[in-house]
Design a protein around this ligand. Structure first.
Ligand code: NAP
Length: 274
């Protein structure tokens, strides 16, 4: 039996991705559903839908994983203590805020924490807990290409608020997705270096495009999570047409990669682990 972990499995693309795998993938799956609140009506409704279509030998395990709360992320990982190998780990949940910044209980701006910082804490905790991870899929966005003026955003992932910061929710979302790509690049570079000495996880970044119907996005993410066609790939960026696509040129800037890796680890309260 294979194990899949999906973060953001109560609605949208994550929900459609799980359905796609249940309906069409031939493997037997244990699927760990990371949901913002696994007791919410929406999450329970999603679980009921999954049960209606799941093959009888599928295991579905819903747990709360609120990326806007480091303590929730820690509890989520603690709940996975019996899991040794994660065949596919999907970092899908994300959010865009309006025109006013909001801050999480950890003191970070919500878009940055939910779309980016929370995932690195989660990954670090899984690695510290000794899990073997075969593949990680980061659900990103074409809007990362619009990422710019990153230095102004440093105040959003630190506790240093700036009164004169001109907040624009969509811009911050694009920037947070760019910062995710920068950190994935840092991580991938480190994995490339250690590839000779052992197996490393496959890393894919995908961009579902702007999709009013999330079933198309769900199919793309399911493909990225399960297809053998991506075996051994490290850092491939796949777009909505399932083709390898270009990144924002800023993503190749090694100084930016390093800077945002360190800022991210600090924001997540973890030692830089590569
Ligand atoms: N749809 C698009 O056009 C599009 C385009 C490009 C990229 N994307 C990316 O695709 C991913 C999924 O987006 P979507 O379109 O499916 O959005 P969505 O319909 O709004 O669903 C977002 C999912 O993320 C979850 N989520 C939100 N905040 C969370 C938190 N604090 N902790 C844990 N889970 C949280 C939601 O949970 P609740 O159900 O509890 O709210 C929901 O399951 C995101 O990373 C997004 O950036 C989407």
């Amino acid at each position: 039996m294979k194990t899949l972990v999906v973060i953001g499995a109560s609605g949208g693309i994550g929900y459609e991705c799980v359905k796609e795998i249940l309906l069409h993938d031939e493997n037997r799956w244990k699927i760990i559903l990371g949901q913002r609140d696994h007791c919410s009506t929406k999450a329970i409704g999603a679980l009921e839908d999954y049960r209606k279509i799941a093959p009888s030998d599928t295991l579905l395990a819903p747990f709360t994983c609120d990326l806007a709360s480091f303590s929730s992320i820690r509890s989520f990982v603690a709940n996975l203590k019996e899991v040794r190998t994660i065949n596919s780990l999907i970092f899908n949940a994300g959010c865009v805020m309006d025109s006013v910044p909001t801050y999480t209980e950890d003191g970070l701006e919500t878009t940055y924490q939910v779309n980016h910082v929370g995932y690195w804490l989660l990954l670090k905790l899984l690695l510290d807990a000794g899990k073997t991870i075969d593949r990680i899929v980061f659900v990103n966005s074409a809007l990362h290409r619009k990422g710019r003026d990153l230095s102004a955003d440093e105040c959003l992932i630190s506790n240093q608020r700036q009164q004169n910061y001109a907040y624009d929710g969509v811009k911050v979302y694009g920037n947070a997705k760019l910062v995710q790509v920068l950190c994935v690049k840092t991580f991938v570079n480190a994995l490339e270096r250690s590839r000779e000495s052992g197996q490393v996880p496959e890393i894919l970044i995908c961009s579902p495009g702007f999709i009013p119907q999330s079933d198309l996005g769900g199919r793309l993410v399911a493909l990225c999570a399960t297809s053998p066609e991506y075996s051994g790939k490290l850092g491939l960026f796949i777009d909505k047409d399932r083709k390898e696509s270009s990144l924002n040129p800023l993503a190749q800037d090694q100084a930016l990669q390093k800077k945002w890796w360190l800022l991210t680890c600090k924001a997540a309260g973890i030692d830089p682990f590569i």
